[in-house]
Structures are given as C-alpha cells and as structure tokens.
Write a protein that binds this ligand. Structure first.
Ligand code: ADP
Ligand code: MG
Length: 247
C-alpha cells in the first residue's frame, strides 16, 4: 500500500478526520513552506482539535431541535422597536441563564418572537449551554407519550437536563385540563433548575381561558414570572410587511 494511503487508513482508524481528509495537502504544504517538525505536528493536532470542536458544536445545535436557524445578527431592531439591541446584548452575556431567569416574548403573529427565541437559544448553545427547543403542541405530545414511547422519554429527559428550554407557540391551540396539569408539573420542576423562553400570543389575562382553570393558571404564571423578563412585542407583522410575491 502506498504510504499516503496507509496514513489515510490509520487516520480513519483513529478517527482523525482532519488528517484523513487533508493528509496529502498537509504534507505538500509542509514541503513547500519548509516548516519544522515541531510546527508540523502542532499544526496537524491543532487542526484536528478545531475540527472535533466544530463537529461537537454542530451536534449540540442539532440536538437542541431548532426548526430553523435564526441569527440575532439578522434581526432588524428598527422594525421591531419593543426590544432593543442593548437589551439583547445584555441577554447575550447569558447571565440570565446562570440565574435561571425566564424570558417571555409576548405578541401577535409575525413580530419576531420565534426569531428571538431561536437566535438566543443558538447563542446559548454556542456559549456551552444545553438547550432544548419545542413547541407547546409538541411538548404536550411528548408529555403524554413519554410512558409509552422511548423517543418521547428521551426528549423529556433532554428537556429536564437542559439549562434553557424554549417553548414556542403557546396559546395557538387550546389545551385540555389534563394537559394544563402536566404543563404545571413540568413548569414546577423547570423553574427550579432551568431558564425558559416562552412565546405566547395571548396576554396573561387570557391564559385562564386557554388553560381552562384559573387556579392552575395562577400557579403556572406564579412560577414562570417569579424570575422573569417580559417583552411586550407589538407592531406590525414582519411577514406581512415583507410579504414575498411571485408577481
Ligand atoms: P412570530 O414568532 O412572532 O410569529 P417570527 O419570529 O416567526 O414571528 O417571524 C416571522 C418571520 O419574520 C421570520 O422569518 C423572522 O425571521 C422574520 N422576522 C420577524 N421579525 C423580524 C425582525 N425584526 N428582523 C428580521 N426578521 C424578522
Ligand atoms: Mg412564532
């Protein structure tokens, strides 16, 4: 076997992906630039570590379960003035997660609630926090099926071991009394150990009707709003204003 091929095989065997893909180029580069053995080894190992870290990061993003990736850099603060760049910069320091604060982005459809939730979650993953994204609808399904589905059980375990749990689209679909009870139990656990981002489209005054029980609603709100920052997002729908048209 040719030596290069052998290097390729060994690299594959040892899971050295950078070396596996770049062996030829690395050797050629080293020849051209006449670099020392020490610098050569150093460079190979550094690149190998960088690639491993990148892969791990990608996996952590994937595991968070974002439906799409949204970046805070793409958020137009001139369009949505209820949240300021300064507030977001403060949130990007992530202290709120360490202190287990919850964020509520409240507002009608299209004002950027999900965008902000995902982009903050994305930055939190980048900063090393374990993040889980779900919608209220999916969360209810996961809660109800966790005893009979391994997949749901796994999801629940992930949610319960996350530092940040994002629950999107609360209030779009009505929930039953049982579901409200399960939600209450989850919130009771989470508010002691994690941060939550919630994006309701209905104000707190309407939650009772949504949950079907005023006492339970009070108990849920009590736990969520204990350490909490509320962003009342109003204004126009970004979707409607930037409506894409074929003709
Ligand atoms: P909501 O969750 O409040 O219904 P979304 O966050 O889903 O709204 O926003 C709808 C679409 O508009 C998304 O594609 C989002 O990226 C975009 N969008 C909303 N607000 C802004 C904004 N201020 N700047 C840039 N894009 C925005
Ligand atoms: Mg949304």
């Amino acid at each position: 076997m040719e030596k290069l091929e052998q290097i390729h095989e060994y690299a594959k065997n040892l899971n050295l992906n950078y070396l596996k893909i770049n062996a030829y180029k690395i050797i050629e580069d080293a020849d051209l630039k006449n670099i020392s053995y020490q610098d050569f080894l150093l460079s190979v190992l550094e690149n190998e570590i960088a690639l491993k870290n990148k892969k791990a990061q990608e996996k952590r993003i994937k595991d968070a379960g974002f439906p799409v990736i949204k970046r805070i850099e793409d958020f137009d603060f001139n369009f949505q003035k209820s949240v300021t760049q300064k507030q977001i910069n403060r949130l990007l320091e992530m202290e709120w997660i360490d202190r287990m604060y919850n964020l509520i982005f409240l507002g009608p459809p299209g004002v950027g609630k999900t965008h902000l939730a995902i982009s903050l979650g994305y930055k939190a993953v980048e900063a090393g926090y374990k993040v889980s994204f779900t919608t209220m609808d999916k969360l209810m399904h996961t809660l109800k099926t966790q005893e009979i589905s391994r997949r749901s059980k796994g999801k629940m375990n992930r949610i319960l071991s996350s530092s940040l749990v994002i629950i999107d689209e609360l209030g779009y679909l009505p929930i039953s009394r049982d579901e409200a009870n399960m939600f209450f139990e989850l919130v009771s656990v989470l508010h002691e150990q994690a941060s939550m981002i919630i994006t309701p489209n209905k104000g707190f005054e309407d939650w009772s009707e949504l949950m079907g029980d005023p006492a339970l609603t009070t108990a849920i709100l009590d736990r969520i709003s204990y350490r909490c920052e509320l962003f009342n997002m109003n204004g126009k729908s970004y979707r409607l204003e930037h409506r894409k048209s074929l003709f």
